[in-house]
Design a protein around this ligand. Structure first.
Ligand code: KIV
Ligand code: ZN
Length: 498
């Protein structure tokens, strides 16, 4: 019989720490519900002491979700643990995730402390968390670079204090797969009482080895993996859920099974990408646009004769429906609703009607509507409440002409108009916006992407704007890339102009 591997999803905590990927509570609930139907065992819903928004999200997710355990992160600080316990009050199953850095880098430079003191603090935080909940997970931050003998002492002590799960994070993504696997094996072989706790992997992808390290951890005895949808997370990201789930689904000989309903993978992957405005790289394993696209003639011929000649996973197994009805200007509401359901989105009838109206407008301008377009239309509804809106934008540009933009912004119901010229049409549009919003703002990053093939595709613009020493993220999609650029700039401004 296969061994059960628990899936701990941290998209809403470690994943959400990425600048520009912040979600509001409603969006987090949407993701949490999708994670529940995907079959994850644990949802790390946030770090409640870090902000009132995180606290609220943990409360709301606890109320909205039934089956998965809801987990809240803390430092090894009593106040953090008090706040986490309060945020978890409505969770049907709850876990506190507490811990401290154990590598010498952390002990000396972060805490200005020593190994014995850190060991005491580790025991103290678990003991304190046990006052509130039975299920306490301890993390040994930077375990990847922690000396194994000392790590074993810490793990043994926290299990004695009542930790039910012990997380061994490779916080900096430094370990080689062989080293990480050996670390887990060392703990299994040298920690007294190890059978009373589950060992968990938590790998970062700085050297592109997060999934390989996680797999080695599992093959050496870890029975929980901490992962995110699409591998999102700080810097190069975390281990991606879909990769781990499909690796163990494909390799039966490993004798590991998860509770993941793999057919829901594609939908949630698109949902998270769209809500977090985080594009998926086209060649990303399992969920990238090209993951199942065979372009070479030899491969296409092979797949048509016998799919398994070149495909190790049936795309349908991860929820990619090749035969899905194409969405065009002639599609009805039912077809749109069906497509949204495949993408894990359920809408009330009135919202569906509104999205359908926008869909028809877009379909007039663009022949085939793809999944990203559909999710973007759903997202439009979320920005309808913004304080600053673009009413119109007119641009003249061309060879031998000086680009000029005229713009009208609606700010809290009042209309403001301005015109400006620039070295290109986008520059002119941005300068016209700046002529209305008198703040010192600098665009730090500006990315235009066309997702599909044709010249009628939507241009998607991602932008980072610096204002008052902070970075704000803006996103917009439009078949007109100059309009998309102006809208992305306005989206970012809406984050700081209240
Ligand atoms: O990477 C890490 O060490 C973490 C811990 C806080 C669990 O995210
Ligand atoms: Zn992490």
């Amino acid at each position: 019989m296969a061994d059960r591997l628990f899936i701990f999803d941290t998209t809403l905590r470690d994943g959400e720490q990425v600048p520009g990927c912040q979600l509001n509570s409603i969006e987090k609930i949407e993701v949490a519900k999708a994670l529940e139907s995907l079959g994850v065992d644990v949802i790390e819903a946030g770090f409640p002491v870090s902000s009132p928004g995180d606290f609220k999200s943990v409360v709301e997710i606890s109320k909205a979700v039934t089956w998965p355990t809801i987990c809240a992160l803390t430092r090894a600080v009593e106040k953090d643990i008090d706040v986490a316990a309060q945020a978890l009050q409505y969770a049907k199953r709850k876990r506190i995730h507490t811990g401290i850095g154990t590598s010498d880098y952390h002990i000396r430079h972060k805490f200005n402390s020593n190994r014995d003191e850190i060991l005491e603090r580790a025991i103290a935080c678990v003991t304190y968390a046990k006052r509130y909940v039975e299920d306490v997970e301890f993390y040994a931050e930077d375990a990847g670079r922690t000396d194994n003998e000392y790590l074993a002492r810490v793990v043994e002590a926290v299990i004695r204090a009542g930790a039910t799960v012990v997380n061994i994070p490779d916080t900096t993504g430094y370990c080689l797969p062989e080293q990480y696997g050996a670390k887990i094996r060392f703990l299994r072989e040298n920690v007294k009482g190890i059978e009373r706790a589950i060992l968990s992997t938590h790998c970062h992808n700085d050297l592109g080895m997060a999934t390989a390290n996680t797999v080695q951890g599992v093959l050496n005895g870890a029975r929980q993996v901490e992962v995110t949808i699409n591998g999102i997370g700080e810097r190069a990201g975390n281990t991606s859920l879909e990769e781990v789930a499909m690796i163990f689904k494909s390799h039966h000989e490993a004798g590991i099974e998860t509770n993941i309903n793999s057919q829901k993978i594609y939908g949630i992957s698109r949902m998270v990408s769209s809500l977090m405005n985080m594009p998926i790289q086209p060649n990303k394993a399992i969920v990238g646009r090209n993951a199942f696209a065979h372009s070479s003639g030899i491969h296409q011929d092979g797949v048509l004769k016998h799919r398994e000649s070149y495909e190790i996973i049936d795309p349908k197994d991860v929820g990619i429906d090749d035969n899905a009805i194409l969405l065009t200007a002639r599609s009805g509401r039912a077809a749109l609703k069906h497509r949204l359901q495949l993408l894990g989105v359920e809408l009330e009838q009135d919202v569906l009607d509104k999205v359908y109206e926008d869909f028809l407008k877009l379909a007039d301008r663009k022949k085939d509507i793809n999944d990203d377009d559909v999710l973007m239309l759903v997202g439009k509804d979320r920005t309808a409440m913004q304080r600053i809106k673009l009413e119109y934008l007119q641009v003249t540009s061309g060879v031998g002409l000086k680009p000029v933009a005229s713009i009208c912004l609606n700010i809290a119901g009042e209309r403001f108009e301005a015109a400006a010229s620039g070295n290109g049409p986008v520059d002119a549009a941005i300068k016209a916006i700046k002529a209305i919003i008198h703040r010192t703002m600098t665009i730090q990053e500006f990315l235009i992407q066309a997702i599909d093939k044709g010249s009628d595709d939507m241009g998607k613009v991602h932008m980072q704007v610096e204002y008052d020493n902070n970075l704000y993220y803006g996103f917009a999609a439009n078949t007109d890339i100059i309009a998309a650029s102006a809208e992305a700039f306005i989206d970012a401004i809406n984050k700081f102009v209240k």
